[in-house]
Design a binder for this molecule. Structure first.
Ligand code: 13P
Length: 250
């Protein structure tokens, strides 16, 4: 299983800035990228095509940060999996905490998007994670199990395992500098693995589970070596090619 080193650029970067960063990243990593690593960048939609072109080297791909659950239609402001693929995206992201908690997406809607993206031929990274009050009240597993079972409800049980990844992103660790501890990461990832196996059988062991939340060059090596950590999803530290390249090669 290749480790998936993913960058989520959120609502940052114009076209030129995004293409520059993507080209810089390829320049710093392409000839050193180990065979067991894959690099993925989720730029803003407006820069997707340019970034996908810049990431045309082997082992690199681009993805869309979001999409709607239809191919086309009267859905002002939305974008479809077909359009993402047309712009060069191989992946789509669903369930990010900012979409759940800032933009009000429900677990059910996240589940519809996850299944629809896969049906349309995207690979999908489904994000899950608890808020700090949920962790403090001992509800981590309950929250993760609900987000996963609802989020995966309509995903075909025979989906190819390399097409579906889960990103565990505790909400309290996103953008805060407060990275989850190794024990917290291993416990959550082990639990996610258990649910994946209960949903998909043995194939659940071949699906990647990424960690996200204040990953930096200084902590990535330790995180990526933990049990059941098959990659990372990085926000702030992925915005500069130098810093993300250190993470990719950590
Ligand atoms: P930070 O790496 O900035 O904490 O963001 C994590 C994240 O939300 C990635 O999707």
């Amino acid at each position: 299983m290749k480790k998936l080193m993913a960058a989520n650029w959120k609502m940052y970067k114009t076209w030129d800035q995004a293409v520059d960063t993507a080209e810089g990243l390829v320049g710093l990593t392409a000839d050193k990228l180990p065979d067991d690593r894959e690099v993925l960048v989720f730029p803003p939609f407006t820069a997707l095509k340019g970034v996908a072109q810049a990431l045309s080297a082997d082992g690199f791909s681009a993805g869309g940060q979001d999409y709607y659950i239809d191919q086309e239609g009267a859905f002002t402001g939305e974008i479809s999996p077909m359009m993402l693929k047309d712009a060069g995206a191989a992946y789509g992201l669903t369930g990010h905490s900012e979409r759940r908690h800032v933009l009000g997406e429900t677990d059910e809607f996240v589940g519809q998007k996850t299944a629809y993206g896969l049906e349309c031929g995207l690979k999908v990274v489904l994000c899950v994670g608890e808020k700090i009050d949920e962790r403090k009240s001992g509800k981590v597993e309950e929250v993760l199990e609900h987000q996963l079972r609802v989020g995966l409800k309509d995903v075909p049980r025979d989906v190819a395992p390399d097409r579906l990844s889960i990103a565990y992103e505790p909400v309290w660790a996103i953008g805060t500098g407060e990275v989850a501890g190794p024990g917290e990461i291993v416990d959550a990832h082990t639990f996610v693995r258990k649910i994946l196996v209960s949903v998909f059988g043995e194939k659940g062991n071949e699906m990647r589970i990424l960690y996200g939340g204040s990953v930096k060059p200084a902590n990535c090596g330790e995180i990526i070596a933990l049990d059941n950590v098959d990659g990372v999803l990085v926000g702030g530290a992925s915005l500069e090619s130098e810093s993300f390249s250190q993470i990719v090669l950590a």
